[in-house]
Design a binder for this molecule. Structure first.
Ligand code: FAD
Length: 398
């Protein structure tokens, strides 16, 4: 490849082989049963694809964001759910803890992902979606403990994830100190898994409510980024730029899978006495799909590579946002066009394209909506921060 080193090409080939072998055959069943694919997760762990981003001193491989993206695309091409598991086993919560945690916190997070856990990141609340900092979950200091109370929803992995990174308003002596991230584990008293959302796509991973009812945590569960607690949320959210590149890559992989299915179908299906691939209208659709997919891949690769040059070690926020907006919207269009090229058979649940359409749909929403990411991009383009709250202008400059 023009861009890949021999090692990266080998990694991509190895990921493709395993994805074809374990993820593709079970993708339809995972979608139908809506069960978390533990057998795929076991294969991912065995192959070293869970926790590959963990540094070598913590028993990982120190894989770069770019390496992880190569693997994610290959799995998402066969099975969107599997692609997402690779993202969360290497980016997001684990990335934040490894970047900002104490030696003990980092060692714990590494151990969880290396043993196949896909950590859950708990930010969104019923009253705080795009306005994430309006969250109301609190963590009150009581003696030698933090006591968490509140509710999250749409938490990916709810009930199957063991390690949780929970965001809450840190209160000490009744004073708000900032938004902090806390480590908690499935099964701890007061960590309650709520109702599962019946989702459109990506049905093999549960999204659930998660409630905290006097969840008591030792003091050392709080992650403190270098910025301190007051600015801690934006510090911890740096790690989210990797997750964003990961999400964009899952969308890319799903689109690539749908595109390949469409190419195969138009060559095989005959109407009017000839393969439908001979119709120029369809050829141009496929040409446009390939151009859009490649453009998304280049943006994702650039964003992923930027992590190697950022002081934070995470992708540049602007590049990550641009890539996610483009790739997520591309995937919605490309998967739908792939379904169109299949005719009625594409609409049948007996072929995988309708699943790919549903699986691709969420990436313009989860992990920062396409609108909120455009706000971020616009802010960088204009070098201007536009408050989103009505009273924001009055407070701007605080
Ligand atoms: P809202 O914020 O209510 O937005 C509704 C609409 O208004 C959107 O189109 C939005 O773009 C638009 N909008 C809102 N404010 C503005 C503005 N200022 N300017 C322009 N447009 C605006 N959260 C977690 O914490 N952990 C998870 O693991 C997780 N997993 C998820 C998995 C899935 C499949 C999905 C769908 C969501 C997940 N989320 C998770 C939640 C996700 O992060 C939120 O859905 C997202 O941040 C948007 O919040 P909301 O759904 O409340 O939409």
């Amino acid at each position: 490849s023009l861009f890949l080193t021999p090692d990266q090409s080998a990694l991509k080939t190895r990921a493709r082989a395993l994805a074809e072998h374990v993820a593709r055959p079970s993708a339809a069943q995972t979608d139908r049963t809506e069960e978390y694919p533990l057998d795929v997760v076991a294969s991912l762990s065995e192959a070293g694809f869970m926790g590959m981003s963990v540094p070598e001193d913590l028993a990982g491989q120190g894989a770069t964001c770019f390496d992880v993206a190569l693997v994610v695309e290959e799995f998402a091409r066969c099975c969107g759910v599997s692609g997402r598991i690779v993202v969360e086993g290497n980016m997001g919560a684990v990335g934040a803890i490894i970047a900002y945690g104490t030696p003990e916190q980092r060692e714990t997070a590494a151990r969880y992902v290396l043993s196949g856990d896909k950590p859950a990141i708990c930010i969104t609340e019923p009253g705080a979606g795009s306005a994430a900092t309006e969250m109301t979950t609190t963590a009150e200091r009581k003696g030698d403990s933090w006591v968490l109370n509140g509710s999250k929803h749409w938490i990916t992995g709810g009930g199957v994830s063991r390690l949780h990174l929970i965001f809450a308003r840190v209160m000490e002596g009744g004073v708000f100190k900032g938004i902090g991230g806390f480590m908690a584990y499935l099964g701890e008293t007061g960590l309650i898994i709520g109702a599962r959302e019946p989702t459109m796509g990506l049905r093999g991973i549960p999204e659930t409510a998660v409630h905290f009812d006097n969840l008591v945590l030792p003091l050392d569960r709080l992650i403190t980024p270098p910025e301190g607690i007051k600015r801690g949320f934006s510090g911890l959210m740096n790690a989210y730029n990797a997750q964003r590149v990961g999400a964009a890559t899952v969308a890319l992989g799903i689109a690539q899978g749908a595109f390949e299915a469409a190419c195969a179908h138009v060559k095989k299906r005959e109407q009017f006495g000839r393969p439908i691939a001979e119709f120029q209208g369809l050829q141009w659709m496929l040409a446009d799909m390939s151009i859009q997919i490649d453009a998304a891949r280049m943006m994702i690769w650039r964003a992923a590579k930027s992590a190697d040059h950022e002081p934070s070690g995470f992708p540049d926020p602007m590049l990550a946002a641009q890539a996610k907006v483009f790739a997520s919207e591309m995937a919605v269009k490309v998967t739908n066009d792939a379904l169109q090229l299949h005719g009625a058979s594409g609409y049948s649940r007996n072929t995988p394209v309708e699943r790919m359409v549903r699986d691709a749909r969420m990436f313009t929403i989860g992990g920062g909506t396409a609108q909120m990411l455009r706000n971020l991009v616009a802010g960088k383009v204009l070098d201007m921060k536009t408050p989103q709250t009505r009273g924001g202008y009055a407070r701007a400059g605080d």
